[in-house]
Design a protein around this ligand. Sequence first.
Ligand SMILES: *[C@@H]1O[C@H](CO)[C@@H](O)[C@H](O)[C@H]1NC(C)=O
Ligand SMILES: *[C@@H]1O[C@H](CO)[C@@H](O)[C@H](O)[C@H]1NC(C)=O
Ligand SMILES: *[C@@H]1O[C@H](CO)[C@@H](O)[C@H](O)[C@H]1NC(C)=O
Ligand SMILES: *[C@@H]1O[C@H](CO)[C@@H](O)[C@H](O)[C@H]1NC(C)=O
Ligand SMILES: *[C@H]1O[C@H](CO)[C@@H](O)[C@H](O)[C@H]1NC(C)=O
Ligand SMILES: CC(=O)N[C@H]1CO[C@H](CO)[C@@H](O)[C@@H]1O
Length: 651
Amino acid sequence: MTNSTLHSGGDTSTTAAAAVNKIGDVTHKLIILQIVVDNGLVRLTISKPQGLLTAIKYGGMDNLLDIKSNELNRGYWDINWSLPGGQDRYQLLRGSEYSVINLSNDHLEVSFKSTYDPSTPGTKLPLTVDIRYIVRSGVSGFYCYAICERPSGCPAFDLAQARMVFKLRQERFHYMAITDEKQRIMPMPEDLLPDRGKQLIVPESVLLINPINPDLKGEVDDKYQYSMDNKDGGVHGWISSNPIVGFWIIFPSHEFRNGGPTKQNLTAHTGPACLAMFHGSHYIGNDMIAHFEEGETWRKVFGPFFVYLNSTTDVSKAHNLWLDAKKQRLMEVLLWPYEFVSSPFYLNYEERGSATGRLFVQDRFVSGSSIPAKSSFVGLSAAKTAGSWQIESKDYQFWIKTDVDGNFTIKNVVPGVYGVHGWVPGFVGDYLKEEQVTISAGSETQLGNLTYVPPRDGPTQWEIGFPDRTANNYFVPDVNPMYVNKLFLNSPEKFRQYGLWDRYTDMNPKSDQVFTVGVSDPKKDWFFAHVDRRNADKYVPSTWEIRFHLRSIVAGVYKLRLSIASATRSDLEVHVNQVNNEQLVFQVTNLGADNTVCRHGIHGLYQLFSVDISSSLLTDGDNCIFLTQARGGDALCGILYDYLRLEAPPT
Ligand SMILES: *[C@@H]1O[C@H](CO)[C@@H](O)[C@H](O)[C@H]1NC(C)=O
Ligand SMILES: *[C@@H]1O[C@H](CO)[C@@H](O)[C@H](O)[C@H]1NC(C)=O
Ligand SMILES: *[C@@H]1O[C@H](CO)[C@@H](O)[C@H](O)[C@H]1NC(C)=O
Ligand SMILES: *[C@@H]1O[C@H](CO)[C@@H](O)[C@H](O)[C@H]1NC(C)=O
Ligand SMILES: *[C@H]1O[C@H](CO)[C@@H](O)[C@H](O)[C@H]1NC(C)=O
Ligand SMILES: CC(=O)N[C@H]1CO[C@H](CO)[C@@H](O)[C@@H]1O
């Protein structure tokens, strides 16, 4: 590539375009100045000084972005925030100052910055934002990132969501791909409007009555059906027809995304929209919102992520664009941390450190010796208490999966003081190393052997499910044929279907679920979500019964481990043998805000409750535990149990 093809329009090729903006009833014209960045493969047009992408020219298409959308509304960063106790606000992030950060023969980085001035009080977003784009010669795509900063003297505020959105050209992009299995032709945005679609009780869910593409008639569309755990994602996008172009968002790292590896994310949805989510609260709720106090300073680099573009002229090879994008993701991961990023706040390889160790589990009721914690997750996070990495949103997190022996090396860690967190499939609870560790630049910190001692008092009397922080090992019903998304018909992700909460009553029409330990099968007899029962038009509390046999009672305290994969607005009561006040052993109200039931998830915020049961409440022989979802009147509340275990008193 020569420098004649890589150029920034700068001032010389600034073009002026007009966009019409309607504010109230005043229609006024907004003049947009633009810069053009071109490396011979990709040409970006970016509004100046706002930093909004108005056009991406590639692969024979003059603009991949939705030309029917207002120019301010095609490729943009946005944010949801509020002043403490104030209303949720939504706004686009826009620069007010444009500069070329680095222009060399084969590399261009541009900046669109808006600086928050604490000395002018007001109700503006108290954040300095620097939006950056990088184009490199010979690279089929471009890099995006944003540096968010709170200088000293900022007022308090809450950050709920930050992301970058691309709206792609509607008449061309119909095929979406987010994993090998999850790929499909998507509806058109018009299909979600009242004359073509019928909104169901969850507002995001629309039954396609008369879609433009008749093949989709009768299916349900809902963007949350295409959510994914951070740990499973990394590349998602769309393929257009005529010409055939792939548009892919690639995350080379998840360090800058909040909530750790199990945090779920929107990826792509009807629009056609392609999202780069950095910060959000979906599937966890308000606990996840980052609260900043008055005067609290902060800085975080969101990204860079890569927008990769590929194309083919051979229709029969269109699917190869996805395979090629997956390959490209692996290449980006190898390049991480990128060497070509100019911001001093983005640290390169030499400025980062690593941590190595080996994780074991000690549970004397499972094994007399330490068990290597294979295929477990270990992470460094600023979160200070066990498990709270799930709601940690301000700092970077660095996670890795251990090998079969429990070994791990966490690389490319930004220097700082971290908690060493983790969890081990097959065991309840959260690991947190007692002392925090300090990672410094260029260091290889040896953590040595770490031992997780999960909560455990006595021998197992019985257990239901498998502890992996999801409700995956339970019964997920078939979807009501009225509400199918065909993608999930023969899928391990059956739970993504709409309306499964109502299937509970369809499966148990007369009475609530009864599970008999040793007889019932969790995969068949334990509904994956403890929801309300439908009674005519009402939703009423439901009480599940676990029947079990104890040969001889040991005097003391039995322990019930309630390992919960997710909860939404649930009032849970646990009784032993009789539903009355004397035999109530546990109660919690309004548990959870994950919205997992209505958003078709299988997990949310993980929680473990350990409940004491006095042996005096139990009898030799047959016993039962009642789990009551006591909140009535709520179709979409529910608890997703991960695992339950009854332990005898310590011996
Ligand atoms: C962000 O704001 C938009 C527009 O007001 C709103 O529809 C959306 O629900 C908000 N999202 C979050 C996560 O707060
Ligand atoms: C500009 O980018 C090039 C290529 O990444 C790099 O070698 C150079 O040091 C950068 N210059 C500045 C001033 O950052
Ligand atoms: C894990 O580390 C131990 C100790 O260094 C080593 O003996 C073992 O081979 C490692 N396991 C794997 C799968 O690499
Ligand atoms: C770590 O545990 C392994 C396996 O039990 C053992 O061989 C090794 O000596 C331990 N290392 C240290 C530093 O304690
Ligand atoms: C996507 O993941 C990011 C990082 O964990 C998170 O901030 C955001 O909430 C997620 N988005 C959604 C829609 O769940
Ligand atoms: C830049 C580009 O187009 N890369 C590849 C995209 O994927 C197709 C199909 O595999 C390849 O032919 C391109 O080389």
